[in-house]
Design a protein around this ligand. Structure first.
Ligand code: UDX
Length: 440
């Protein structure tokens, strides 16, 4: 089989590379010439564990290639995947100009039956627009080439995207023809040998599934964050409450860890987009509106604790900040809680020494000289008035507190992910602040 994947961001690159792994010939397409040149020279533009190995292997085997030529990439292809970005526009709805632009290019260039698969996260109803755009281009050419559209949302987590693709919990595919279903079934069969299902459904339900999944997950996070804040007020410990509720399988113990609010490229954008979609149908998604509100508030919780501890006097103070990416195992800083905390600290006249195991370059690109960049986690602590832990990288879990107390100006830790033991820190003489826990 042969496929084309348009868009070499996280989704496109991971999908293309993993599909090549099954023996399919894959052409990855992007309009960004420098990106394609890099990919043709062995340089992967993103950090994603495990990706480099299978990328190299499949390039060597001649099954994975990179090109800017969309037209050539769909010659002899069985399917073309649209995996370009859908950034939010000013009002929060997803901007479809890239997706529809690709659809038009496909319409201009196709010369045989193709399944056109939307993999980007797109608002409900987009596949109809994709179909329309292709039809219009074919009409302009005076051609009547058959094709089908399909929706195939991704559920990849950054940091474990390769594993998620190779061993999915489920694959959701929206189609409207048996012919397209057959092509998709063939492509995805190698990934469900572990018995997990391929769920075929109508296109609208498939589009909706993606938003409902991410919104449900975001809801879990805002819910536990709200509970954590209340735990502090009533004197409970959210860590106990989390374990207490998580052992009920109806609730489940995953995705109920409190923190500094969800970030990343998906949850904030998708929650907003679904609220917008509902608004267009004059329906108010009140639960999700609250989820969003709670998340904004949560991103400021750690700063507020710090502000209170220092009685508002942050001018001239220096803070060490561990973890800049929006979560561990990625260099992605989109909507990262660290950015909100840094902005607030700078506004208050404090300075920040940041450290992150992989996001240092990305941080420099975004923040420039607004903060200083430490060599390692201990370097960041030198003369700092406190440590603020924002992202729970595993290398931060068991630091040497004896070394830390020598480097820090004052023995204070603000832990945004509850990774330390309050009792241990109290014994060591640290002042410890966490989210929703009993600390002294
Ligand atoms: C998410 C979805 O998980 C994935 O299925 C979808 O395809 C894209 O969006 P991702 O953005 O990579 O993936 O991150 P994820 O691991 O889901 O975490 C999202 C945010 O939630 C992070 O900021 C994380 O720190 C936060 N989170 C997660 C919590 O605060 N508590 C939790 O218990 C879990």
């Amino acid at each position: 089989m042969k496929i084309s994947v348009v868009g070499t961001g996280y989704v496109g690159l991971v999908s293309g590379t993993c599909i090549a792994e099954t023996g399919v010939n894959v052409a990855c397409v992007d309009i960004d010439e420098t990106k394609i040149e890099k990919l043709n020279n062995g340089i992967i533009p993103i950090y994603e564990p495990g990706l480099e190995d299978i990328y190299k292997k499949n390039v060597e085997k001649g099954r994975l290639e990179f090109t800017t030529d969309l037209g050539a990439s769909i010659k002899d292809a069985d399917a073309v995947f649209i995996a370009v970005g859908t950034p939010p526009d000013e009002d929060g709805s997803a901007d479809l100009k890239y997706v529809l632009g690709v659809a038009r290019e496909i319409g201009k260039n196709m010369d045989h039956y193709l399944v056109v698969v939307t993999k980007s996260t797109v608002p409900v109803g987009t596949s109809v627009k994709v179909k329309q755009a292709i039809l219009e281009e074919l009409e302009k050419r005076g051609e009547k080439i058959p094709f089908d559209v399909a929706s195939n949302p991704e559920f990849l987590k950054e940091g474990s995207a390769v594993n998620d693709f190779l061993k999915p919990d489920r694959i959701v595919i929206g189609t409207e023809s048996k012919r397209a279903q057959k092509v998709m079934q063939r492509l995805y069969k190698p990934f469900v040998l572990n018995g997990h299902p391929i769920l075929f459904m109508d296109i609208t339900s498939s589009e909706m599934t993606k938003y409902a999944a991410n919104s449900m997950l975001a809801t879990k996070i805002s819910f536990i964050n709200d509970i954590a804040n209340l735990c502090e007020l009533v004197g409970a410990d959210v860590d106990n409450v989390r374990r207490g509720i998580g052992s009920d399988p109806r609730i489940g113990n995953k995705f109920i860890y409190p923190g500094t609010g969800y970030g990343g490229s998906c949850f904030p954008k998708d929650v907003q987009a679904l609220i917008r979609t509902a608004d267009e149908f004059n329906y108010s998604l009140d639960v999700l509106k609250a989820v969003e509100k709670v998340n904004y508030r949560q991103k400021e919780v750690l700063f507020n604790k710090l502000y209170k501890r220092f009685e508002g006097d942050l001018k001239g103070k220096k803070f060490a900040l561990w973890g800049l990416s929006f979560k561990p195992k990625t260099d992605d800083m989109r909507e990262a809680p660290s950015l909100v905390i840094i902005e607030k600290l700078l506004e208050a006249g404090a300075s920040v020494a940041g450290y992150d195991p992989v996001a240092m370059h990305e941080a420099e690109r975004i923040l420039g000289d607004k903060i200083s960049y430490a060599k390692d986690e201990y370097d960041a602590l030198i003369d700092a008035d406190a440590l603020i832990l924002v992202t729970e990288w595993s290398e931060f879990r068991l630091p040497n507190f004896r070394v830390m107390e020598k480097l820090l100006k004052s023995k204070i830790i603000f832990d945004g992910r509850n990774i330390y033991d309050p009792e241990e820190l109290a014994e060591l003489g640290f002042e410890y602040f966490a989210i929703g826990r009993k600390t002294k």
